[in-house]
Design a protein around this ligand. Sequence first.
Ligand SMILES: *[C@@H]1O[C@H](CO)[C@@H](O)[C@H](O)[C@H]1NC(C)=O
Ligand SMILES: *[C@@H]1O[C@H](CO)[C@@H](O)[C@H](O)[C@H]1NC(C)=O
Length: 388
Amino acid sequence: MPICSSWWIPISALCVIFVGIFVSRLSDDFKVEIFIWQTPPKYENELRRNKALANEEILMKGDILGPESIVVEGEMFYTGTMDGKLLRVEKDGLKKKILKTNLTPSIILGIRRLNKNYFVAIDMFNGIFIVNFDTGEVKLLLQTGTNINGFQINIPNDLDILDENTIFFSDVSSRWDTSHFSYCALESGFTGRVYKYQISTQELELVLDKIFCANGIQILPDRQSFLVSEMCAARVTKYYFTGPQKGHREIFVDNLPGYPDNIRLSNTGTVYVPMGGVRHPDMSSYIEILGPYSWLRRMIMQIIPVKWLNSWVYNQLFSIKYGLVLEYALNGTLLRSLHDPCGVAHKISQVTDDGTNLYLGSFENDFIVKVNKTEMERKLLTKEDTNL
Ligand SMILES: *[C@@H]1O[C@H](CO)[C@@H](O)[C@H](O)[C@H]1NC(C)=O
Ligand SMILES: *[C@@H]1O[C@H](CO)[C@@H](O)[C@H](O)[C@H]1NC(C)=O
């Protein structure tokens, strides 16, 4: 069939050229970098398994959806949820006041007290809100998607308060918004940022960039430095934003046994780093295995729809049902680890300490875990519990 074959050659050549152009055009959208994860640490020494967080009291079961971040004061706790609710709840979990952002979707990932009357809450889809639980006021301060002097706010995640006028907050990525969050992990790019926002002047200032999935942020008691979770890199970075060491950046802790979420100070001046997701101590996730193969990750991103990648990456990061929190001294020494091997407390996104109890938040669970600290200390001392 001479006619057919003479047509076939130029058409397939054209096809190859088109596919080539298509692929190379797509390639420009991704900035894929190589990142090598170390083998996750074994559960030994300070990381030895225990039941410190197991069999604890469950608050508000089924009444609340994804209380990622919690503030506890006296008889009240305050939290925000993955369905855009802001709650003030008496500690028994019964009496509550519920405010709403009135936006969908709306996922509250961080909450802090700003001053006597106001809280500040951060919503990954909508931005930073100022909240007054007494008057019911919920006001948007800084909207997600806003571009100020070339800085685009994409996935605001957690925040801390320097003074009544100054908020530090993290943005997961300067390149992708929430609907493309899997690309942040798959590019292995250092595109996360920490910003400083002045409420009175609405000024936005870039404080720190080149963070791999910026997540939890905690200003340290020296008021000169903060810790920020580099979630996908399984590490925490420390940065001096003022004082004699201004501009100095260091790794606070590396190769964590999981992916760190909201960092908070304990009542005794130590640091709680919760593992939002846990890394399997004997088995690397596919994301980590693909770390050295940037070309393969690029291809995966080009071929597979982002919706599927989002749920795949989410599962890779968060599917292990195990509760784990690490407690550090301010100098970065690991003091101890708190476990729930049964995994009732899992996907722990924050630990809030009121001196008597710990309250464990989660970005997905429909409850808050309340841990009696006296009981917890007893469990940590009990021999049979540590010989799991
Ligand atoms: C870090 O702090 C802890 C607790 O305060 C202390 O026991 C330890 O010796 C310190 N380590 C270093 C290297 O300074
Ligand atoms: C915590 O547990 C201890 C020991 O079981 C108990 O005496 C104490 O009342 C508990 N505290 C709270 C606040 O429930």
